[in-house]
Design a protein around this ligand. Structure first.
Ligand code: NA7
Length: 534
């Protein structure tokens, strides 16, 4: 097979990959995008499980580069379901004729930096090869599914599904005995959707969540007119807030000067918004001050408790072992109500862990639980998982997988020392790994990368790579900010604790989207000082 020579290969055809492809092509670079999936959409292709829905308000979750696109597309709901977001991404791909440069069903197996030639040699599973100057990873921070390895799986005669690999054609679960393992943001969406569709639903819960009531609404012509009038300022403002949403948090310290009643009024106000404002729009101390965190945690516990009729069940579902907001806050509509149904059963797999499969289901705490279908809503090897699965080698043949198995490091989540011209959209240690409205952060990173590539072209240079010193200073700053918060005290995918043996570090930069953007802009203003440029 002949090797394809291009300026850039973009790996991943989701929100980031489509935009990166568009930006580079517009600037005259030769570029191709590949994706392992048979369709575009990334996260929104794979996660087609029942109830999959956006947790960011739709009008903040879109591309900002084209006024025409902004005017043409109208969201049907404040928090649309997965099929609508997939349709939006298809609409964008068709409108900007992106499909002609996207090759689907193509999984990249390895990438080797060839220092003498200053290019990457990238190879797919089928042996296809690309020789490119720029290797841009848009593989997503939540795209490598995590499935627990319970013993005797081969004995089980029912069906096993992972939410992130749900059959595209759907599956009829009517009348079935279904077990859902995991109650994270995904499990909650699945459980509230399946509760009245299946025969018996068993919720296998290890750690309960602080889910916030979603206030979803249909959007009509008046809403469209309103939001379209907001877009000119919104496309700027989103990049300057803490979470990349249309709301911001007050200055640090403001909440400390308030009375408890004043803080409760803010919490109630944000709760009534029915969105992630409750998490990243109240006041910053919620994520940093143990007492204020406990105050907010108690506020949410009371809201949850009021929804569950049975007092024994209530005790099990109201979270107490960690603080509100230190684990990704899910939104729900009727998750808690599901537990008031006779066909929904909570199984506490913390006190009685899942031990193994058997022919008809799972053995839990020594007792068999018969299940026709087992749904794993058990999350992802986040941040580093998808890229680590590729065999990526940089200068002196250094392996990225080995590096990240020892210590998860990056420079602004955009590049890694020792790996020239590898750009990592949503790489670890940037807000885009978890703490932001994803489309805001992804577009900002793609814009930064595009600008860097333009810089190299304009200067007649062939490669850029962060120095060890620059990387160390970013990692230190990242850790300092992380350690000012309570995030590292809770085990979750945020800290890598959900994957055995994964080095511990907060995967996402928590200094805020606006601050991060400013720091990235300073790198450009300083003409990439601290980068080795050849
Ligand atoms: P999460 O948030 O990582 O949740 C995974 C869930 O699966 C969580 O409840 C885990 O319990 C549970 N889990 C994982 N392994 C096991 C085993 N072995 N036994 C029982 N329960 C288990 O993944 P999601 O897909 O829900 O969400 C990921 C992100 O996608 C989300 O934050 C949004 O940003 C979109 P644990 O908490 O570890 O006790």
């Amino acid at each position: 097979m002949a090797i394809k020579t291009l300026d850039a290969l973009v790996v991943g055809a989701g929100v980031a990959g489509l935009y990166q492809l568009y930006q580079l092509r517009e600037r005259g670079y030769s570029v191709q995008c590949v994706d392992a999936a048979p369709g575009i959409g990334g996260t929104w292709y794979w996660n087609c499980y029942p109830g999959a829905r956006l947790d960011s308000p739709s009008y903040t979750y879109q591309y900002w580069f084209s006024d025409e696109l902004l005017n043409e597309w109208e969201w049907s709901e404040r928090f649309p379901a997965q099929p609508e977001i997939k349709r939006y991404l298809e609409f964008v791909a068709n409108k900007f004729d992106l499909h002609k440069d996207i090759q689907l069903s193509t999984r990249i197996q390895s990438a080797q930096w060839q220092n003498d030639q200053q290019h990457w040699l990238i190879t797919s599973e089928t042996g296809e090869q690309w020789q490119v100057k720029y290797f841009i990873s848009c593989v997503g921070m939540l795209s490598a599914p995590n499935t627990p390895n319970f013993a005797n799986q081969e004995l089980y005669q029912g069906r096993i599904l992972h939410t992130a690999r749900w059959p595209q054609e759907g599956i009829d679960l009517q009348g079935k005995r279904v077990g859902v393992v995991g109650v994270g943001a995904t499990g909650i969406q699945v459980i509230q959707t399946l509760a009245d569709q299946v025969g018996q639903l068993f919720v296998l819960q290890r750690t309960p969540q602080y889910a916030v009531k979603m206030r979803n609404t249909k959007l009509g012509p008046e809403d469209h007119a309103y939001w379209q009038s907001q877009y000119p300022t919104m496309r700027h403002d989103l990049h300057h807030t803490f979470g990349g949403f249309e709301w911001d948090v007050p200055e640090a310290g403001v909440a400390l000067a308030m009375t408890k009643e004043q803080r409760m009024a803010i919490l109630e106000d944000c709760w009534q918004d029915g969105s992630l404002k409750m998490w990243v729009g109240t006041y910053p101390e919620i994520l940093a001050d143990p007492e204020l965190n406990e105050e907010a945690s108690e506020f949410v516990r009371e809201k949850i408790a009021a929804r569950i009729n049975d007092p024994i069940l209530r005790e099990k579902i109201v979270p107490r072992s960690y603080g509100f907001g230190t684990y990704r806050v899910p939104l729900e509509t009727h998750y808690y109500d599901a537990f008031n149904r006779d066909n929904v059963h909570l199984v506490d797999v913390k006190s009685t862990p899942i031990e193994a499969f058997y022919e008809q289901g799972l053995i839990i705490g020594g007792a068999p639980l018969a299940l026709d279908v087992i749904v794993f809503a058990t999350g992802f090897d986040a941040g580093t998982g998808a890229l680590s699965k590729m065999d990526v080698h940089g200068i002196d043949n250094q392996s990225l997988t080995e590096l990240w198995h020892k210590d998860i490091r990056s420079t602004y989540g955009l590049q890694v020392h020792g790996f020239p011209n590898l750009f990592t959209v949503a790489g670890p240690l940037a807000p885009a790994t978890a703490f932001c409205n994803m489309t805001t952060c992804l577009q900002q990173q793609v814009d930064w990368i595009t600008q860097a590539i333009d810089f190299l072209r304009d200067q007649g240079k062939s490669s850029m790579e962060p120095s060890a010193e620059l990387e160390e200073s970013w990692v230190q700053h990242h850790d300092e900010v992380a350690n000012m918060t309570l995030m590292m005290q809770t085990n979750s995918w945020y800290t890598g604790a959900n994957i055995e043996g994964k080095p511990k570090r907060l995967l996402s930069y928590i200094g805020g989207v606006g601050t991060y953007r400013q720091l990235c802009d300073e790198l450009v203003a300083n003409k990439y000082s601290g980068f080795n440029i050849h």
